[in-house]
Write a protein that binds this ligand. Structure first.
Ligand SMILES: [Cu+2]
Length: 331
């Protein structure tokens, strides 16, 4: 029997131009494949790509601000990586985006991920907002359709949303970059703060932060720095509609793995946090444990948190990848 070797995930800017093209070609392939979600209630799930967006929308309130937030998104990212490889012939690993490399603020829009030739395209044109809107992301600079790169000029790229809507709604991909937000929430001090947390409960809460802009951790920090008010990345439900979602979540996963590897004996088995949304004082229920189930609908067989604690497990039921480089804790 051959022994599976873990895939090595690398930072987007370290990929060669042909490697970047291969990845983007596979993403476009998944966007063009027909969905596997059964059609019912006139849902707008058209593409194979939508299958994952739909799954995320359906579970929005059970996979965020919970103890299994990190585990579920790790599972979700691995499913996407497998889809690109098994259904679209992609040979590489899922790349990650280390956003700490794109702060301070005046570097943000120049990140290689936003490149129109070799990346995912950049900002949308500025859309005037409403300063009295409480969802107005501080420092937002765009809001319109992405106008360059492989996902531009397509008013039927996104089919679901906004928010929890799953009826057919053809839309363009929108971005609304906030360099200010990136500088404030994604600089190296934030990853250091997160890595320094003593146990999984505090680690995960520091990643997720609170439900306001002000209380963002690195998770929301990147979502709002890219999606702002009008872009899909800023939408808690529909955010996987932007292909950058998977590079962001791969980096959050890398941050978790970096934290786990600082003390693997304890941290490969450390999981806690509420079963129910924001139920940090356990008023509605208990905390998740290693046998808590994770589901991604039609996209993969269900697993438990235990199955995804070790990314380089490589057994039949385990994950099988690693990262070329981890974050280190500066003491
Ligand atoms: Cu999510």
């Amino acid at each position: 029997m051959s022994v599976k070797k873990p895939l090595k995930r690398r930072e987007w800017r370290t990929l060669s131009t042909p490697e970047k093209k291969d990845y983007l070609t596979a993403v476009k392939c998944i966007l063009a494949k027909p969905s596997k979600t059964p059609t019912f209630n006139n849902t707008g799930v058209i593409s194979r790509y939508d299958d994952l967006v739909y799954t995320h929308i359906q579970q929005t309130f059970s996979i965020h601000y919970t103890g299994h937030f990190m585990a579920w998104h790790r599972f979700f990212g691995a499913i996407y990586e497998n889809m690109l490889r098994n259904e679209c012939g992609y040979k590489g690993a899922q790349p990650y985006w280390d956003w700490t490399l794109d702060t301070p603020a005046n570097n943000w829009a120049d990140s290689p991920v936003f490149d129109g030739q070799t990346g995912f395209g950049g900002n949308g044109a500025f859309v005037a907002g409403d300063p009295t809107n409480p969802f107005e992301v501080p420092g937002r600079t765009g809001g319109g359709c992405v106008s360059n790169g492989p996902f531009a000029n397509n008013n039927n790229l996104v089919h679901l949303g906004p928010t929890g809507s799953v009826t057919y709604n053809p839309q363009c991909l929108r971005r609304d970059l906030s360099p200010y937000f990136a500088a404030r929430y994604l600089a190296k001090n934030q990853t250091q703060l997160t890595l320094a947390q003593p146990d999984f409960g505090w680690f995960a809460r520091t990643v997720e932060g609170g439900p306001s802009f002000e209380a963002s951790g690195v998770h929301g920090g990147e979502h709002y720095s890219v999606g702002g008010t009008y872009g899909q990345m800023g939408d808690l439900y529909t955010s996987p509609a932007d292909p950058l979602f998977y590079l962001h979540h791969a980096n959050l996963d890398r941050l978790w793995w970096s934290w786990q590897k600082l003390s693997p004996a304890a941290r490969l088995a450390d999981v806690s946090g509420p079963i129910f949304l924001m139920d940090y004082d356990n008023a509605q229920g208990g905390n998740v444990t290693l046998d808590f189930p994770l589901t991604a609908g039609v996209n993969a067989p269900d697993v438990t948190i235990c199955n995804v604690m070790n990314i380089a497990d490589c057994s039949r039921t385990g994950l099988c990848y690693e990262y070329d480089k981890l974050y280190t804790l500066q003491r």
